[in-house]
Design a protein around this ligand. Structure first.
Ligand code: SPD
Length: 385
């Protein structure tokens, strides 16, 4: 082979290698990378194909669960208006999707509800090529049993469920679920106590109080749970998952079964919404409580699927995730966001609004299987009494 042939071969090899590596960027199918394709003004360095964005994104989320400034920032950056509707239980959200034509692009099911959505084909597969910010998530919180390959879900926040209370009413503190279930104790704060309006959370708390797993489905034990919850009802202000934060902060409630972030919001307030109350405390009782994770899931057949992916990727940016955690008070699964959290928030986590190693031993995940479907009937009976 002469010199010219050698140079020609070297050039050809270089071109093949460059094409295989995508010119040092992502592969051609990856819309977050140049992929060697010519960049247009519609596809800036960030890699988002603006031609594919919808004008609006319909986001069905839990209440008080996203920093509103982030919605404004997303709209300013991408020109997409995010329309947020809210729900307060997994079951309400799933009922909307089951009915069909919900119009929602993106929802936030908890762990066991991801299992239900997968089984009922209510979720779209995630295109991980569109989610480069997945690299920021804590690997220990990925590939959970409810979605082993994160095929349909990306972690949004996680949290714990326990008791929030006003220390002026409980100067000795609280360490047991009897503070909400023992009728001789709760008579003293009748009408100022609430339990979550949730078919897994409230029977789950009762099960832990009675010394069982919160996934226990033995019929005899569930009868005891039913009796306990029915005996508790006359003392409740309400089953409430919607505005426990506000009612604790205003002292309409002095004690409540609550999600950790909601309790933290009661303590800190929510900017532009309500003022915080420095007397709010949060505890996981000695009998244990629930740990859970809420996840971003694109709705099956969502017309805004591409835009939903762009929004998920935006939420997974560490700086965005940190600002979201500061506002909601829940725990971010984004490990690169953790160093960005304020000292104030970290101090509240250390005070009990996040689990330490000792508390983690007492936490349990709710799982969904054929047996645990029975909680729907139990809850219907309790609510109907
Ligand atoms: N206000 C936001 C509440 C989010 C709670 N989701 C967790 C439910 C776990 N059972």
């Amino acid at each position: 082979m002469d010199n010219r042939s050698l140079i020609g071969l070297a050039l050809a090899l270089t071109l093949v290698l460059l094409a295989a590596c995508g010119g040092g960027t992502a592969s051609p199918g990856n819309e977050y990378g140049g992929g060697g394709a010519p960049q247009t003004t519609d596809m800036p360095a960030g890699g988002v194909d603006r031609n594919r964005l919808s004008r609006e994104l319909y986001f069905y989320n839990w209440s008080d669960y996203i920093n509103p400034e982030l919605l404004a920032q997303f709209e300013a950056e991408y020109g997409v208006r995010v329309i947020v509707d809210t729900y307060d239980s997994n079951e309400d959200m799933i009922a909307k999707l089951r009915a069909g034509n919900s119009g929602y692009d993106l929802v936030v099911p908890s762990d066991y509800a991801v299992t239900i959505m997968a089984a009922e084909k209510l979720a779209a597969s995630l295109d991980k090529n569109l989610l480069p910010n997945l690299v920021h998530l804590d690997p220990d919180l990925l590939n959970q049993p409810f979605d082993p390959d994160n095929a349909i879900s990306a972690p949004y926040f996680y949290g714990i469920t326990g008791i929030a209370y006003n220390v002026k009413s409980f100067p000795e503190g609280i360490d047991t679920w009897s503070a909400v279930f023992d009728t001789s104790a709760i008579a003293a704060y009748r009408g100022k106590l609430s339990m979550l309006d949730d078919e897994r959370e409230t029977p789950g708390a009762a099960l832990r109080y009675l010394g069982h797993s919160l996934n226990e489905t033995d019929p005899a034990i569930l009868r005891q749970v039913e009796e306990l919850l029915i005996a508790q009802k006359p003392y409740l202000a309400a089953y409430n998952s919607a505005d426990v934060n506000r009612k604790l902060a205003s002292e309409e409630y002095v004690i409540a079964h609550a999600w950790s972030g909601s309790a933290l919001q009661a303590r800190n307030g929510l900017e532009g919404e309500f003022a915080g109350n420095p007397d709010i405390r949060f505890v996981i009782p000695e009998e244990g409580g629930m740990i859970w994770m809420d996840n971003l899931v694109v709705v099956a057949n969502s017309p805004g699927s591409y835009t939903a992916h762009v929004f998920i990727n935006f939420l997974l940016d560490p700086e965005v995730a940190a600002r979201n955690a500061e506002w909601t008070g829940y725990l971010t699964p984004n490990q690169d966001a953790l160093p960005l959290l304020s000292e104030d928030l970290q101090a509240l986590y250390a005070e009990g609004f996040a689990p330490d190693d000792e508390v983690r031993q007492r936490l349990e995940w709710a799982v969904r299987n054929e047996q645990t479907a029975v909680f729907t009937d139990l809850w219907t009976v309790v609510k109907g009494r």
